[in-house]
Write a protein that binds this ligand. Structure first.
Ligand SMILES: C[S@@+](CC[C@H](N)C(=O)[O-])C[C@H]1O[C@@H](n2cnc3c(N)ncnc32)[C@H](O)[C@@H]1O
Length: 258
């Protein structure tokens, strides 16, 4: 189904992450009160959580063009759905026609290009969200609902409502592309928080390291990288600290060079 879409001919395409597979709660303290953020999109969760923690100028990027479409879709869904509707649709959908009514509300809140992307896919799935949700468009949906809610503050009741309000004022600029190249554009700016997830594990360390040096932090800023396999992370430099999250996972937190 999805292979016949024009979107699949784009060179930078991959499955979409429905939700973060990282333990955001392990690093949410670094996201507190960081107005200017540079972040990879992925599932978009880190961006929603950052906005909740006080970020309002966000530069977001992803090499996977599909991530952007999902980000806009999820953002529009948060804006128009109640928390229970959102959780039901995105975390535990059933074979039901009710989601098409949700989708109509979401679509009214999307720009034309994002709308035509989702409209194409939804029509291909006979307007059935359940089929699309469990299609190869997304990474495996095998996760515990409780874990996703636990680690994402924006899925907690009062926070979800707060995020709805904050989204109205947040400036979010999205770019498609490889951070190894985009770093030259971002070089002109200073960020309070740079969130690179585990991008380091997809590229050569040499290239990654050159890219990271081009990104600038404000005085009390943090650059955060995530590692799923402790032993594979190359080396933290003098301005970084490694924080163990679990047996295999850790966080590498960089601060500004003194
Ligand atoms: C690093 S992955 C892993 C998912 C992540 N652990 C999370 O919780 O969202 C997140 C995103 O990084 C993107 N990505 C990987 N390499 C990239 C690169 N060189 N430049 C920009 N984005 C990249 C992927 O397309 C994916 O959407």
């Amino acid at each position: 189904m999805i292979k016949s879409s024009n979107y699949m001919t784009h060179p930078h395409q991959d499955r979409i992450y429905l939700f973060t597979n990282e333990l955001f709660s392990a690093y949410e303290k670094y996201f507190e009160n960081k107005p200017k953020v540079l972040s990879v999109i992925g599932s978009g969760d880190q961006i929603f959580n950052a906005i909740l923690k006080g970020s309002n100028q966000i530069e977001a990027f992803d090499i996977n063009v599909l991530a952007k479409y999902y980000f806009y879709f999820k953002k529009a869904a948060i804006e128009v759905l109640s928390k229970d509707e959102f959780i039901n649709m995105f975390l535990e959908p059933e074979m039901s026609s009710i989601y098409y009514r949700y989708i109509e509300r979401i679509m009214n809140n999307l720009d034309d290009s994002t709308k035509s992307f989702w409209d194409y896919l939804i029509q291909k799935c006979n307007k059935n969200w359940y089929l699309l949700y469990f299609s190869p468009l997304f990474h495996s949906n095998a996760f515990y609902v409780e874990d996703i809610i636990y680690t994402n503050p924006y899925l907690h009741s009062s926070e979800y409502l707060k995020l709805k309000g904050l989204l109205k004022d947040a400036q979010i600029e999205v770019k498609d592309g490889d951070i190894l190249k985009l770093a030259d554009e971002y070089h002109q700016k200073n960020f309070d928080l740079i969130y690179l997830s585990n991008i380091w594990s997809y590229v050569s360390w040499n290239e990654y390291s050159k890219m990271q040096k081009k990104l600038n932090l404000t005085d009390n800023g943090y650059l955060i990288a995530y590692s799923f396999r402790e032993k594979n992370y190359p080396f933290p430099d003098i301005n970084s600290e490694k924080k163990k999250i679990s047996r295999d996972e850790s966080l590498i937190v960089y601060t500004k060079k003194k």
